[in-house]
Write a protein that binds this ligand. Structure first.
Ligand code: BV8
Length: 238
């Protein structure tokens, strides 16, 4: 196995599945009980902000209890024992990468424990409920807080940084994402275009499969630790 210098790890809801969190598009998925347009679009929030706040306040309770699994911990081990720049670009709004003590984490679709003030842009970090009566603790405006979640139709966060990471990485690992939501679904294409080796870790092959050099099938809680151990072992062989 090669030695890599710049590694990007893209994660989706599948990496949190073994922590007991529902993914988006599986049968008991998050969206199945709610319409995407009602809880994850700009229009939905404008139409009924209280409903959207309730959805994320409920999700917050569940995500706060979740514990990282062996896939998250494997990333911590890699970042500790493998001498490379290793970034985690996550579509997940849970904080399991933080709980596992991963470093260099970029939440491109936002974070459940944050709300943003639409008046002054201040980010409120809280696992408490946020609603239409919440006051911004910076500008004191009431009723202008929005979950700091990137809705469909909104630009992603950290995209400048992510672009740089994708065009300079030599290894791109995609863990537990269906490759349906853009632009995150196109990251593998960019990485591959700029010469990265690309691996997909999933229970199934996804719509993006032509851009992956290798598919590692199975639950990430098993496949990723094994892959990380091999990467670390390969250091002594070179
Ligand atoms: C934007 C917030 C510019 C809510 C989310 C190009 C083509 C087509 C459409 C578009 C395009 N460009 C833009 C769009 C529109 C849209 C889009 O992509 N639509 C899709 C549905 C076609 N994109 C956007 O609007 C994005 N913004 O492009 O801005 C712009 C600006 C103005 C106008 C237009 C464009 C914003 C996208 C962000 C939306 N917000 N989340 C929340 O998180 O609560 S997206 C949501 O989907 C989550 O973030 C989630 O992470 C993400 C992706 O889903 P996955 O993580 O992949 O989860 P999923 O359930 O799908 O899959 C899980 C996978 O894990 C499965 O494959 C499963 O097999 C696997 N798995 C399960 N268990 C395991 C496992 N794998 C391994 N181990 C296991 N144990």
């Amino acid at each position: 196995m090669n030695i890599y210098k710049n590694i990007v790890i893209l994660t989706g809801a599948g990496i949190s599945a073994e922590s007991g969190l529902a993914t988006f598009r599986s049968s008991n998925g998050l969206w199945n009980n709610h319409k995407v347009e009602d809880v994850a679009t700009v229009e939905g929030f404008a139409k009924n902000p209280a409903y959207v706040h309730d959805f994320y306040n409920e999700l917050k309770l569940e995500l706060a209890k979740a514990k990282p699994n062996n896939a998250h911990l494997a990333i911590t081990k890699l970042q500790k024992e493998y001498p490379a720049n290793i970034s985690v670009v996550t579509q997940n709004v849970d904080t399991l990468h933080e709980k596992a003590k991963n470093k260099n984490i970029f939440h491109i679709h936002g974070q459940i424990n944050q709300a943003v003030c639409l008046n002054c842009g201040h980010i409120l970090e809280t696992f408490d409920d946020v609603g239409i009566f919440t006051t911004c603790n910076k500008c004191n405006t009431q009723g202008m807080m929005k979950p700091n979640i990137v809705f469909f139709g909104e630009n992603l966060l950290y995209m400048d940084k992510v672009e740089k990471l994708l065009t300079t990485c030599d290894l791109f690992l995609s863990i537990g994402t269906s490759g349906i939501v853009f632009p995150a679904a196109s990251f593998v294409q960019t990485a591959k275009y700029y010469g990265a080796k690309t691996y997909e870790f999933n229970l199934e092959t996804t719509s993006n499969n032509c851009y992956f050099d290798e598919h590692i099938k199975g639950p990430a809680g098993t496949t990723l630790p094994a892959f990380v151990d091999n990467m670390i072992k390969s250091l002594s062989k070179n």
